[in-house]
Design a protein around this ligand. Sequence first.
Ligand code: PLP
Ligand code: COI
Length: 339
Amino acid sequence: MTVAIEWDKLGFNYMDLPYRFRAYWRDGEWYKEGLETDKNITIAEGSTVLHYGQSVFEGLKAFRSQEDEILIFRPNENAKRMVASAERLLMPAYPEEKFVEAVKEVVKANADYVPPYGSGASLYIRPYMIGVGDNIGVAPAKEYIFSIFVMPVGPYYKSGMAPGAFVTTDYDRAAPKGTGASKVGGNYGGSLIPGEQAKTDGYSAEIYLDPKTHTKIEEVGSANFFAIEKESHKFITPKSSSILPSITKYSLLYLAERKLGLAVEEGDVYIDDLDHYAEAGACGTAAVISPVGSITHHGDKHVFYSETEVGPVTQRLYDEFTGIQTGDRPAPEGWIVKV
Ligand code: PLP
Ligand code: COI
């Protein structure tokens, strides 16, 4: 390790690392694919990303194992989701195999910045694609840039692995048949007001209810949601066509059932039924598993397991999940890609 970084003090902040991967698309083909050193890109003023939101992105992480290997968590899943998001905005696909190779290449080039084993930090990997070129009417661009940049990060929410206080918002993140299930830039622009409002009011983040009835939990601004039922200990996570299909959530559904022996369900979590649940959490690449200590809804605060201690099922899920990411525990087939 040659770089001087206080790994345990990292938050979730941008850092300009030496290399990023870029590829350019025109006339049906990707060209000029490789590493670049300049964090800045120059794009035309008519770029569709600037006017019509033709922008998709991804988020995944790399970890250093005890044996000093670099492990990437489920990059193929991010590749597939990015293709699906791109399809939703009439953008070209960056093919899955090329995506995984590009992730490996950029991680390897910045390997000095992959945090050490045991630091609790990881390398966050941000792929994105934007529509560029000379355009003015509302139509898909004829040129695109795909890029991946990386940086070491610590916890996403200020509460980290300590339980956080969350709050519902009356704003909708997505429409029932809108773009909620795609990882597109516009979804996040719309979440800025409710997100800032929640933080100003002292909460970790905002929770969205389903846009049709406003009775069921949908997801958190930057993460999916799960809860653990009282007595049965069933792991339940909202099922909705307008939430992002979280790779962490699907990983936890698998681990809860196969490793923890719990019943699992993708179903409805009604905001008026929170006392059915013993524990709750937010889950995502950046959020990892962030325990939800409480949810405040229209001024009423509901406390789950504890506002200060992590619930036992959430802790077991966290240990299993992060153990796989850092190579301490055996991973299901295909979950870990070595650099
Ligand atoms: N929901 C939203 C809105 C997100 O931005 C994210 C982050 O990627 C997630 C859920 C979690 O998805 P994943 O576990 O694939 O990172
Ligand atoms: C992620 O978890 O990768 C995200 O994209 C969440 C947020 C930083 C937008």
